[in-house]
Design a protein around this ligand. Structure first.
Ligand SMILES: NC(=O)c1ccc[n+]([C@@H]2O[C@H](COP(=O)([O-])OP(=O)(O)OC[C@H]3O[C@@H](n4cnc5c(N)ncnc54)[C@H](OP(=O)(O)O)[C@@H]3O)[C@@H](O)[C@H]2O)c1
Length: 281
């Protein structure tokens, strides 16, 4: 019987539901194994990653905040889509001990809103990190007609994101949003940590009411807490909304398939999906 050693690296890791999902799936298939969490402090990242690679204990692992870009120099191969996105959330250990990187966030992001995207014309994305790259790539692939506005704490990083994604040939129009709202958006996406952990009492968009219309869809990639302040505001404004749980399940299922050759068993998904969207959706 196959024994799977899987895991996740990031910092911090207290919010993640990935171990529950992957361990359910391992048990469902009646395999042995586990999905471990390894929190790595930023100052130890390079040393720890080199040690992990030498030991070669894990068959595969996920990469989360803040390392989706920082892991790339340690890979021996990278899937084309992940290379274009410039962020990796899934690593597979190859037969020779080398590491291959993939990105399952882009497709995971799109899955829950795929049907809605056809009727949307513009979107506002907050954040410009690893998850933002995946969102941009997912929209470019499935909804290139949408004009995407980007707002980030560090403006330079947002600018760099639009340039690198344009160089990568992603067919989507992007623009930077300055502090004054210029429009109401069909889709609002939070790709930052604002709303969870130390920032759980904050919202990345305090003036949400000025940015939405009745049918704007508000999508927070955060799933723990289940309903961030941003989503509470969306609920009050009557907008449909979703947290990041459906995305988590979809990206996790695709990662599990990369490692084991099987997707998540559908039986585990309804439980997780119960929490996925708000009453307005
Ligand atoms: N649901 C899912 O499956 C899923 C998948 C991927 C990610 N996520 C979530 O997405 C979020 C970001 O992940 P990531 O990998 O993109 O992280 P990352 O690469 O570290 O990027 C973090 C982004 O958040 C911004 N940010 C962080 N703290 C902030 C603050 N106090 N105020 C304003 N902006 C702040 C950063 O802005 P600066 O550029 O100014 O630093 C950056 O744009 C996390 O909450 C993660 O859990 C969810």
């Amino acid at each position: 019987m196959k024994t799977w050693q899987l895991g996740i690296i990031g910092h911090p890791l207290g919010h993640t539901y990935s171990p529950q999902m992957h361990e359910w799936a391992i048990r469902h298939y009646k395999w042995k194994g586990s999905y471990a969490t390894k929190a790595i402090a930023p100052e130890n990242f390079d040393k720890e990653i080199k040690m992990m690679k030498e030991k070669g204990t894990w068959h595969g692992f996920n990469v989360t905040i803040p390392y989706k870009e920082r892991i790339i120099p340690y890979l021996d191969a990278i899937d084309d889509a992940a290379a274009r996105i410039g962020a990796v959330n899934t690593v597979l250990r190859l037969a020779d001990g080398g590491w291959k990187g993939f990105n399952t966030d882009a497709e995971g992001f799109v899955a829950p809103i795929h049907e809605r995207l056809k009727g949307m014309h513009n979107a506002l994305m907050v954040g410009a990190g690893g998850a933002a790259r995946a969102v941009l790539a997912g929209l470019a692939r499935h909804a290139p007609h949408i004009r995407l506005y980007i707002k980030n704490r560090t403006k330079e990083r947002a600018k760099k994101l639009t340039i690198t994604m344009a160089v990568a040939g992603l067919p989507i129009q992007t623009a930077l949003l300055d502090d004054s709202p210029i429009s109401r958006f069909d889709l609002i996406i939070n790709t930052t940590q604002v709303g969870m952990g130390a920032y759980k009492d904050q919202t990345p968009l305090p003036r949400l009411a000025d940015l939405v219309h009745a049918n704007s869809f508000v999508y927070d990639l955060i799933y723990n807490p289940e309903e961030t302040l941003l989503l509470q505001q969306a609920r009050q404004l009557g907008c449909p909304f979703s947290n990041g749980l459906p995305m988590l399940v979809e990206q996790g299922s695709q990662a599990f398939n990369i490692w084991t050759g099987r997707p998540f068993p559908p039986e585990i998904i309804p439980d997780l999906f119960e929490k996925r969207t708000g009453e307005n959706s």
